[in-house]
Write a protein that binds this ligand. Structure first.
Ligand code: NZQ
Ligand code: ZN
Length: 389
């Protein structure tokens, strides 16, 4: 096990009516004004935004609204938010939504106190040392941004989708998590969220660091809970207990607990980010296509971890590592299919992906050789994209 520092300073308030704590939590942090960020309208239609506004008003918190944040969020909304915060002297951000809204709020939070262009942080030219505090009302378990220090933004100029990873600076101060808020999710979003949270665990699980039994077992436990609960939420979208379990899995998958003490990989995410940047697909759906392809490549090069996953999580009984890993991938694909997730570029709606473009952008953004579990060259990432055809 490697040395590590684990600090997840987000306060999670979980359960019925959790969103009604927005005002009191902000007051407790000494924040009296916020930019209230939300997406394309689901929170308006469900009445959630009205309730949150009520909770803020009751607590005497001034707010300015920034709506219309789209999935796979882009830099213009961030710039608009930074300008609004500065114009109104706002002291914090409240994100009501999923990863796209939360990530936009985090980017605004980093940009407001910074003299230069906020993209400097994503371009690796500057490090976030101060940011406005961010609070979250979560509406979709998927990206795990409510408990992560990351923010994924696309720069429209060049369509660069980059994940900025900070240890602590951008972790939300609090996340209000009411499973009932997820009852209205369309099935495709629920399923994509499941693939995303599983992917967050796989990126950490596929590690060459030895002697990480506890972290492996935590990861396997969360994966097994997801596999048990996901069919229930698909069959009964208003099953509170199943929704609650899936919601908490999404947070544990990405708040760091599944990665403690080991080197992580993240190539499947890097490869997917290029797909969602270029083709605008849902992140989790893109992962359901690209990650099994990555695992298939690994089954033939470095099968040990895939074989362990197959045996412990999917109950595969096969003494040969490559063949066990391949059987595990078949189980995973069958599971994704049962949730209605795509498994190929074609099923994702991309009949003729421009693999040369994806590979060129991937290595431009991430370097010539990528991956923590196994180093991949451009020829090899092209092969993985082709495995997903
Ligand atoms: O925009 P609205 O109308 O709200 O609709 C959203 C959106 O269309 C809808 N939705 C959300 N909650 C709903 C709902 N519809 C009905 N009822 C509800 N309760 O779902 C759609 C997707 O929302 P989005 O916020 O995009 O989902 P998600 O949480 O999957 O976020 C995806 C983004 O997060 C990034 C992804 O790359 C992508 O840009 N990621 C962020 C990470 C992080 N910050 O740590 C890690 C992830 O790996 C990921 O890369
Ligand atoms: Zn993800």
């Amino acid at each position: 096990m490697d040395n590590f520092t684990y600090c997840t300073p987000t306060k999670y308030i979980f359960g019925h009516q959790a969103e009604m704590n927005a005002g009191t939590e902000l007051n407790a942090l000494g924040i009296n004004s916020v930019l209230l960020c939300y997406g394309g309208g689901s929170v308006v239609r469900s009445g959630l935004l009205d309730r949150v506004e009520g909770a803020l008003s009751e607590a005497g918190i001034k707010f300015v609204k920034l709506g219309g944040i789209e999935p796979n969020p882009t830099d213009p909304k961030v710039r608009e938010g930074i300008a609004l915060c500065r114009e109104h002297g706002l002291r914090g951000l409240l994100a009501v939504g999923g990863g796209s809204v939360i990530d936009t709020a985090k980017a605004i939070a980093a940009g407001v106190p910074y003299d230069g262009d906020f993209w400097d942080f994503w371009a690796g030219k500057a490090v976030v040392t101060q940011a406005l505090p961010v609070g979250v009302v979560l509406t979709i378990p998927a990206a795990g941004s409510e408990g992560s220090g990351n923010s994924v933004i696309t720069l429209l100029d060049g369509m660069h989708k980059i994940s900025l990873r900070t240890d602590f600076a951008l972790r939300p101060k609090f996340a209000l998590m009411n499973p009932e808020l997820t009852f209205t999710l369309p099935p495709a979003q629920t399923a994509a969220g499941v693939a995303d949270m599983m992917a967050h665990i796989f990126e950490r699980y596929f590690s060459t660091t030895p002697d990480v039994q506890v972290t492996d077992r935590v990861a396997e436990g969360v994966l097994m809970a997801i596999i048990e609960e996901a069919p229930k939420v698909m069959a009964s979208p208003c099953d509170y207990q199943a929704r609650a379990n899936i919601m908490w899995c999404g947070t544990l998958a990405h708040n760091g607990i599944c990665g403690t003490g080991r080197r992580e990989d993240w190539v499947s995410h890097f490869m997917e980010h290029e797909i969602s940047a270029v083709y605008g697909v849902t992140h989790g759906a893109g992962l359901a296509v690209v990650q099994p392809a990555w695992m298939t490549f690994m089954a033939h090069r470095a099968p040990a971890k895939g074989a362990q996953l197959a045996r412990r999580v999917f109950g595969v009984d096969d003494p040969d590592d490559t063949s066990a890993a391949l059987k595990g991938i078949e189980c995973l694909k069958k599971f994704y299919s049962s949730l209605g997730l795509p498994l190929t570029f074609g099923e994702l709606g991309i009949e003729h992906p421009d693999i040369d473009l994806l590979v060129r952008k991937l290595h431009e953004n991430k370097g010539q050789e990528i991956g923590g579990y196994y180093r991949l060259t451009p020829a090899e990432t092209a092969e993985i994209y082709r495995l997903a055809l």
